[in-house]
Design a binder for this molecule. Sequence first.
Ligand code: FAD
Length: 444
Amino acid sequence: MHSGFACLRNASRQAGRPPYGGNMTDASTDIQHHNVVIIGGGNAGLSVAGRLGRYGVPDVAVIEPRENHLYQPMFSHVAGGTAPAAKATRPQASVIPKGVSWIQARVASIDPDAKTVTLTSGRSIGYGQLIVCPGIQKNWNAVPGLAEAMESPVGISNYEFEYAEKAWSVLRAVRSGTVVFTQPAGPATCAGASQKPMYLACDFWRETGVLADIRVVLVVPTPTLFGMPLIDAELERKVAEYGIEVHYDRELVEVDAAQKSIVIAGDDARTELPGAQSRLDGDGTITRETLAYDVLHAVPPQSAPDWLAESALPVAGDAGGFVEVDSLTLRHPRYPDVWALGDAAATTNSKSGGALRQQTKTLAKNLAAAVEGKPLPQVYNGYSVCPFVVSRQTVVFAEFDDRYRPKPTIPFWKGLAKERRATFIADRYVLPWVYWNLILKGLA
Ligand SMILES: Cc1cc2nc3c(=O)[nH]c(=O)nc-3n(C[C@H](O)[C@H](O)[C@H](O)COP(=O)(O)OP(=O)(O)OC[C@H]3O[C@@H](n4cnc5c(N)ncnc54)[C@H](O)[C@@H]3O)c2cc1C
């Protein structure tokens, strides 16, 4: 085994450092070392740190710049008016698992040959094992005019905490006019979450008697609302119930904030495209359409963080930029001391927090075994989840594998994929409690 704690212990002896001593500094290079360095203290980073502690792995450090931790699934409830913004955030210091060091800083680059990461301050940190999980990058500037539109009084989104807070005050005030919701093409974190504030707002407008006066438009990049027949049928029923006008196979390509109009486009010749890939790079004829809006709820195109895409870790020649890993073991195939999970990993599953419950267990068990020179004991099975909040009381709970085949938690029972009150309670109240109290501590 050329990697791991054994190696670091030897290196420590050579450098006159104690084995496993946290915050060790190599006097000759002034580089701080940790046995395990985790980039990103979000859902993935903290959960895996908590699990590593439980599995007896010492000296774990998390590099995370944010003062406040964000529970992103709650953003949809905040934007749709079923939760206050305070439910989505807690001070980072209060959620770092016990025994884990927090380095409040931002990573600028990774050198997997030298086994160091460099912070934006210029400081370097050495590692025995590196876990890469800085999440996904939201590219507000990728659509001309979109960033500007979001700063206008009627530009809102559940994909950014500040815009989600603003969203409900805008949506609740609508009495008539056109409200457009857009879902991006390409990789996205919990892509279906783009639709959730729409269903919540429609239910509110129906309750307050104004829904019939509002033209609600949904733009999706896919030929169906989700991609699983069972879930599509439930969502189509809700779309019909609320009278939502859906533009399938289209994506947002331009926004004119001053005119309050958007351009959506798609290539109808490319109906064979699976998933949510962009339909604009084919050789067919691009159809463009301009729509006027009174309120625009937009979700931006997303990608791996730029600095990560420029590192040696992504799949060679792949423009996506996500960290190459064995989708089963979550270990990097070229750098065995590097691991990745969550939204920044090039795993085959749909990116979600639900996927992480299994990913963190897999990665932590495998890393703990690897450093002891044992075979990797755990595989990740591609499970993912998207709880579609379809009213202010009900959820359609989509559970699926990396090929969008049903993967229900309760085996052989597809009942959770039907609109239910119980799954709303789980999504709004139970899962958040589990997140703050168990998941972030590596206990679930
Ligand atoms: C609106 C919305 C709704 C969602 N709804 C659901 C849902 O209902 N169910 C579900 O399962 N999932 C949902 N998700 C997806 C879920 O939130 C993500 O899959 C999950 O948070 C991914 O975890 P992560 O740790 O990979 O990334 P994140 O949780 O985003 O954490 C990444 C962390 O890395 C830090 N970071 C970034 N850059 C650097 C750097 N250079 N150096 C150091 N640290 C850095 C960030 O500050 C952040 O704290 C939703 C996501 C969104 C946006």
